[in-house]
Design a protein around this ligand. Structure first.
Ligand code: MLT
Length: 248
């Protein structure tokens, strides 16, 4: 059984996710926001490539049934309801609604995954829940791919560290697992930082940029391990929460 990490969507070739269980990680902040939104009662989250696509798609819904969300250069897209801060995705804002979202890196990574058996959105806030699903896949000998959103096609420390924690969780007690080089490197990064997630964000360029832009509180929220224990599954162009009515 293989566990491969891709440090950015640019590293993936078309067959790399075929038939696999795939985890997509954009810790700062899209994958965190998606987990928070679903935990706070959003009906579903629909990722869109562009802001225009969000607006076009929203016309298929009653206005009160949707939230338009997303960022460009970290800031809310003008005219939208929400930006890309997990603190905005409260139950008051999202409960019972469909969230249409477009972000710079996270939604792009998600939309780039092709032919996967299952796609799960992973972050620190839903670590144990999402890792349990990946371990189930590993036990049934299904290959796993972890796709880091990165930053504009480049490596980002926080996604790699989070990917490493998933790799370590999947491979503990599993036998005959083959890791690619990136998976091994990510596991080392996670081991180096341990539970000091705040330090990962402090050392990462995107973490520093968010703090400078006034989003320091988001960094705290994004680092709260297991604060939103949901398994968000991307299927048929929408992300919904795995639950009793939607088992794997
Ligand atoms: C992204 O998808 O590029 C990020 O979530 C950016 C951000 O932190 O807003």
């Amino acid at each position: 059984m293989k566990v491969d990490v891709f440090m950015s969507p640019n590293e993936m070739a078309s067959g790399d996710t075929q038939g696999r269980v795939v985890a997509v990680i954009d810790v700062l902040r899209a994958s965190t926001c998606i987990a928070v939104a679903l935990d706070n009662g959003a009906k579903s989250v629909i990722p869109e490539e562009s802001a225009d696509d969000v607006v076009t798609r929203s016309k298929q819904f009653e206005r009160s049934q949707v939230c338009l969300a997303g960022e460009r250069r970290m800031l809310m897209i003008p005219g939208f309801d929400l930006g890309n801060s997990p603190l905005e995705f409260t139950s008051e804002a999202v409960s019972g609604r469909t969230v249409l979202i477009s972000t710079t890196n996270g939604t792009r990574a998600l939309l780039g995954v092709q032919g996967a058996r299952d796609v799960v959105i992973a972050s620190y806030v839903n670590m144990s829940a999402a890792a349990a699903m990946l371990r189930t896949a590993a036990r049934s000998d299904t290959d796993i791919a972890i796709v880091c959103a990165g930053t504009e096609g480049h490596f980002s420390l926080e996604d790699a560290a989070c990917a490493g924690r998933y790799v370590r969780s999947i491979t503990t007690r599993a036998s005959s697992v083959v890791l690619n080089d990136a998976a091994q490197a990510c596991a080392l990064i996670d081991r180096k930082y341990g539970d000091n997630i705040a330090k990962i964000f402090k050392d990462s360029s995107h973490g520093r940029a968010l703090a400078e832009a006034g989003f320091a509180d988001d960094l705290v929220a994004c680092g709260e391990v297991d604060s939103h224990p949901v398994v968000p599954i991307y299927q048929e162009q929408q992300i919904t929460r795995l639950g009793p009515d939607r088992e794997r």
